[in-house]
Design a protein around this ligand. Sequence first.
Ligand SMILES: [Zn+2]
Length: 555
Amino acid sequence: MKPPLLAVSLALLALSVGCAGRHVEPPSTALDEVAFREHVRILASDDFEGRKPGTAGEQKTVSYLVEEFRKLGLKPGNGASFTQAVPLVELTAIDTALSISGQGKSTEMAIGQDAVIWTKRVQAEVSVEASELVFVGHGVVAPEYDWDDYAGVDMRGKTAVMLVNDPGFFTQDPALFKGRAMTYYGRWTYKFEEAARHGAAAVLIVHDAAAAGYGWNVIQSSWTGPQLDRVTAQGNAGSAAVEGWISAAAAKALFAQAGMNIEESITAASHRGFKARPMNLTAASKIRNTIRYSSSSNVLALLPGSDRPKEYVVYTAHWDHFGTTVEPTGTKIFHGAIDNATGVAAVLTLAQSLSRMPQRPARSIVFLCTTGEEAGLLGSAYYVEHPLYPLKDTAGVINIDAMHVGGPTRDVSVVGFGNSELENYLRAAAALQGRELRPDPKPEEGEFFRSDHFSFAKSGVPALFTKPGIDDTERGPVWGQAQVDAYFEHRYHQPSDVYSADWDVRGTMQDLELFLAVGERLAHDRRFPNWYPNSEFRAIRERDRPEDGKGRPQE
Ligand SMILES: [Zn+2]
């Protein structure tokens, strides 16, 4: 097996060869910090208008990426084209209402305050009437945990009321699901899908800041206003007509109206033996939409493999961000410098190094810059549904979303720690830097399900996603954590996420070196990494690659 960090040794070799004589020095394969900074500066500049899909900012971003990939001599990733068109639809709810009747009372929910609802169905109007409410606990069907919240209940036409996260989180029992760490079953995306599979007409998730990992304000800001989605053949007819969240306070009142004790219901739902409970209430709801179609693009380039070109390693980073907002003080731009100009710049910088290696990697490498991540992983979801390279032949995905822009650290955080064997590659590369892997400190927030690698995971492809380390080499972990906290408080998803020439990118380059080493080793490897045995994604991979799964020792 090839040693990692080959890139670095080759770079040194190139340097020494260059010094030896007067012949032309090959282009350096070392990671180019100057180029990295320049990509971030340009992508996060005012000129790119916050890189929102469907705007002039998208056109500039896509042109920039195509031009950079072309300059590196990479092949177009989609036949003769560097882009993959991603059809999108934008729904804006212009009129919504939700009322609950029963037990001698009728309650009109205050939209925004008590409830935020929408429809994914591409229809001008949807409505639900006299739909019986059923409390379905966590709304989970998980055969591997022997758990079925829908057992024995017919949900057709009814309204499912459920909790966010999973029983492991609520009980903190390490033996239940994954204990404190959120499984996919805890994610709202899963819950809406599962309820729809059972024929529910409406789905209401009870918000809880701790269990969701964010406050009610995030529900209000993310789920109101124009909502971008993928265009599906049936216009999302398979989704429940109405989806939404209700606030903790509104849920308390709702359970009271039903004559149920909410605390006791939550406890019961988090233990084995729970059965769905009819609430003896009915819901009525109406949503009117405006509908707008548009098209956006994933941008991708290919470095063909020397030996096994039909096997693939994929680097991903989303290029999109939130565009602009009009405020009383004027138009503000969401520059998205860290999120995710750094990730895109990283992909370009890695592509630069990898394309200049004298010895081509054995497997092909795909550089994929996705659209619509911020609106719900739309570009990556589209890609895995319309893969340009077979997913079963894709050895692994390294996703880069929001890089560390501080000094070097002794650690690197792995989101979804304990998921796949790609961590073995990362651990080996980190050890060569004298660094350690650190489990995601807040696994209950389900961050693993919140960036593009997850679209691949859901399709069985092992996917790696890291976050900045916090143990700053010079200033320690308390200082490091304070930097992370300050980012989330003052910059994350705000116009203030801007590039600065003052960034200390030593840590960034250190992480980039890791991504290079992991990708390179994976690209030279013969084996296909798998998910660890306790992962909810392993069964999908073994279905696609039955030859890999059984009886093979773990690395
Ligand atoms: Zn991001």
